[in-house]
Design a protein around this ligand. Structure first.
Ligand code: CA
Length: 372
């Protein structure tokens, strides 16, 4: 009898819920027809995207093209983004300023290129010994990182979007072995961001070069060493032809976050559904890029090994420990003079502690002991 009573009351409850839902639907529809934002589905928006990459550059430039394609499809052609490679409309490193002043509505790059505008930008691209792709994405989307990023870019009238991640990079190409920190003394290396400051603390010299100039600089001895990304891109750049040693791990870039960014006024002027489409496409890119990098890098790692000309090396633990100490010093110097950078640094470093406790117990244990 009890079961029968339960069934009867459940049925009644379901009926009432159904009635409620129906009335909600009716109300909802009525509300939509009167109060919904007035979306003009025939209005078309034409945006320009300036990028820091050469046109159609593998993965990074392809990501910009894909985002434009996805947005066009999802918006049924209402938002068209024309992608310009670096140098086609403006020089690569002017992309941010061009979007900030509204000359272009959108851009693609990496936040550490804009450290000169805001020291806090560094934390949204790569921090040496910081977080890997999975952890950084977690900080961004669940740990408050993305809101801080928006805060940092707001004064430039720019809205950031996640634009993919490279995963852990390789440590770079060398023609001398790095057996101790002393081997970094006098070393001229192409290496970006905070890592450049770290190299200088070790007695080396950081040289900033755009991607297109690295090969000839290394070949002619203008630099002694360089880093770029990983086997896929590095092979296409040809570094294996002119450097003996390929070092791991990429202590300086443990999971470099790429970005899209939009002019805030242009973004705010979009109907809400198009804003969501841009955001959603950026998240698709975040997933796509890491998948693409992991696959391509694994294929090109095999290729380099099979060709047998390059010696793979690992930085000694003592070298990495010293570089970590220098990194801490460089970070303190970076945030010391800038309260917003300090605010971001506090959030970032607290999240590193929080998330690494968890991932050490699980992800790290899996990599170390369970996976072949
Ligand atoms: Ca790099």
């Amino acid at each position: 009898m009890k079961r029968k009573t339960f069934l009867k009351s459940s049925l009644l409850a379901a009926t009432s819920a159904g009635a409620l839902l129906s009335s909600c639907n009716a109300d909802g529809n009525a509300t939509q027809s009167t109060n919904a934002p007035n979306i003009n589905t025939s209005k078309k928006y034409n945006w320009k995207m300036v990028t820091t990459w050469p046109p159609n550059f593998p993965v990074l430039g392809e990501a910009a093209n894909l985002l434009a394609e996805w947005v066009k499809t999802m918006s049924n052609g209402r938002l068209n983004i024309k992608v310009y490679g670096g140098g086609e409309l403006v020089p690569p490193l002017e992309a941010f300023g061009t979007v900030s002043d509204g000359t272009a509505e959108m851009g693609s790059g990496a936040a550490y290129y804009w450290v000169g505008k805001s020291p806090a930008a560094q934390f949204f691209a790569a921090v040496p010994f910081g977080m890997n792709a999975q952890q950084l994405t977690s900080w961004m989307l669940a740990g408050g990182g993305y809101d801080l990023w928006k805060e940092v870019y707001a004064k430039f009238n720019v809205v950031p979007f996640l634009g993919g991640n490279t995963g852990v990079q390789m440590g770079g190409w060398f023609n001398r072995e790095i057996n101790s920190v002393a081997d970094l003394k006098g070393l001229k290396m192409r290496i970006p961001g905070i890592a450049g400051k770290v190299l200088e603390k070790a007695g080396g010299a950081a040289v900033l070069l755009p991607g297109g100039e690295i090969y000839t600089s290394l070949e002619r001895g203008v630099i002694d060493a360089c880093e770029w990304i990983g086997p896929y891109h590095d092979y296409k750049m040809g570094f294996h032809k002119i450097a003996k040693y390929y070092y791991t791990p990429g202590w300086h870039e443990p999971g470099t976050q790429l970005e899209f960014f939009a002019n805030k006024a242009a973004y705010d002027a979009l109907p809400k559904d198009l804003q969501e489409i841009v955001y959603t496409a950026s998240l698709r890119c975040q997933a796509w890029m890491l998948a693409e990098f992991d696959m391509q890098n694994s294929l090109y790692l095999d290729k380099l090994e099979q060709e047998g000309k390059v010696q793979f090396k690992q930085f000694p633990k003592a070298v990495l420990n010293q570089l970590r100490t220098y990194t801490d010093e460089a970070l303190q110097e970076l945030v010391g003079a800038d309260p917003l950078a300090k605010k971001v640094y506090d959030s970032f470093s607290n999240y590193v502690k929080r998330v690494s406790k968890w991932t050490n117990l699980t992800e790290k244990a899996f990599y170390n002991d369970l996976q072949v």
